[in-house]
Design a protein around this ligand. Structure first.
Ligand SMILES: [Zn+2]
Length: 415
């Protein structure tokens, strides 16, 4: 089966556009194409691999906090069927979250020989809630196009000028383009270290999400596989044809000659010339080419490699605010405000507790709701505002503070 299917993989990037046989992934070919165009990427890749090895040899991930990666789905469509539903996008997000947290229900099928190294990668994903210009979004960017089929050679889906849509700041978002992808290609990803304008993952709409997706690639695993590449994983067999010399640069995955296709029974041992004895090759790994229903694990070594990328080349995404709704950060500033003293003889401090704010509006209301003081503070001194209520009658006053389109209320007693 491997030898029979090998020629499909070896189709050159310039000639694959006419092929109609579904091709599991073209990230390797895409990567070779990028290396030819940008030879300096080879040094970057070598450095990432050196760092990953060093990281793995020194215990891997030390920080145990689960990371959440903001995602924007760019749905670039010409026809109604290409404009896939939000339900399918949410299904896809759920698959990513299940697979990268080892919450996928088929994890129980992992063979006992490898159950000890099946990884909860401690990576999860959220739909973006703000655009790069800080306006509201649901994380799905729908763009209509006149392009009937997009081309891996030109990366045209990633450029507005070519009928696609431009990348959102890759330091804050994982960009996933969903479109009609030419050549029967299910998807492709850019490895870490590549150009900013093309960074992210491209999925054919037929293989995104579950409902209405095309079998046997209808369980959302194309995205799981491609995001693995985005986070630095190579194919499990090492992309070396069928020899045993290539490596995926991961220590705990078995050596494997070539990719596996189709499906195997749960627990079925599959050996090859590189792993001739049981437990054989890890055909159920997300980075192989088996059907969606037959891939259900990452290893601890793959997790370590991905975390090396997250702590290095892609570290900026760890502090992205892209999943924080517009306004909420400003509200957090307001929530930090404390008001003292209360009761007060008149001089009241609004303490922002070290947080910066500007153009803050303060309104003070008496018990019958009349505004008795209105003021704007362009800047704060020592992160504080001091207001004078000494001329006010004794009683309870409500202090409304507005900042960044949000407001909070505090109370103070004047005696
Ligand atoms: Zn791949």
């Amino acid at each position: 089966m491997k030898k029979l299917l090998l020629p499909i993989l070896c189709v050159g990037i310039g000639t694959m556009l006419q092929a109609q046989t579904p091709q599991r992934c073209s990230s390797h070919e895409y990567h070779q194409h990028q290396l030819a165009q940008h030879p300096e990427l080879a040094d970057t890749e070598a450095e990432i691999n050196r760092a990953a090895e060093h990281y793995a040899n020194n215990g891997g991930k030390q920080d145990r906090t689960v990371v959440t990666i903001p995602v924007v789905f760019h749905v670039v469509y010409q026809t109604a069927s290409e404009n896939i539903s939000s339900t399918r996008i949410l299904e896809q997000l759920q698959v990513l979250n299940d697979d990268y947290r080892k919450l996928n229900t088929d994890r129980v099928n992992v063979p006992s020989a490898w159950s000890g190294i099946a990884a909860d990668c401690e990576i999860q994903f959220c739909l973006a809630k703000r655009t790069p210009t800080n306006t509201w979004t649901d994380g799905i960017n729908r763009v209509s196009t006149t392009v009937s089929s997009f081309d891996i050679n030109t990366d045209d889906v990633k450029f507005t000028s070519m009928g696609g849509t431009n990348v959102w700041d890759r330091t804050k978002y994982l960009n996933i383009w969903v479109c009609d992808l030419g050549g029967g290609i299910l998807g492709y990803a850019q490895f870490p270290g590549g150009p900013a304008s093309t960074d992210g993952v491209v999925l054919d709409y037929r293989y995104t999400g579950k409902t209405g997706a095309s079998p046997p690639y209808n369980k959302g695993r194309t995205a799981t596989h491609e995001v693995g590449h985005y986070l630095g994983l190579y194919h499990i067999w090492g992309d070396d044809g069928s020899s045993c010399s290539g490596s995926d640069q991961v220590q705990d995955t078995p050596n494997q000659g070539a990719e596996n296709y189709n499906c195997y029974n749960v627990g079925q041992v599959l050996t090859d010339n590189c792993s001739p004895a049981a437990p054989g090759v890890m055909w159920m790994n997300y980075m192989d080419y088996t059907d969606d229903a037959c891939m259900y694990m990452f290893t601890n070594g793959q997790k370590t490699r991905m975390w090396n990328v997250l702590n290095g080349t892609r570290s900026s995404i760890l502090t992205s605010n892209a999943c924080t709704p517009v306004g909420l950060e400003e509200l957090n500033v307001l929530n930090a405000i404390s008001v003292y003293p209360s009761p007060s003889n008149g001089e009241v401090t609004l303490d922002f507790n070290g947080q910066n704010a500007s153009d803050v509006d303060v309104t003070v209301y008496n018990t019958v709701g009349q505004a008795v003081l209105t003021a704007r503070y362009a800047t704060l001194t020592d992160s504080r505002i001091i207001i004078d209520l000494s001329e006010m009658a004794v009683g309870v006053y409500a202090i409304e503070v507005r900042y960044g389109g949000e407001k909070v209320n505090r109370k103070v007693v004047i005696q």
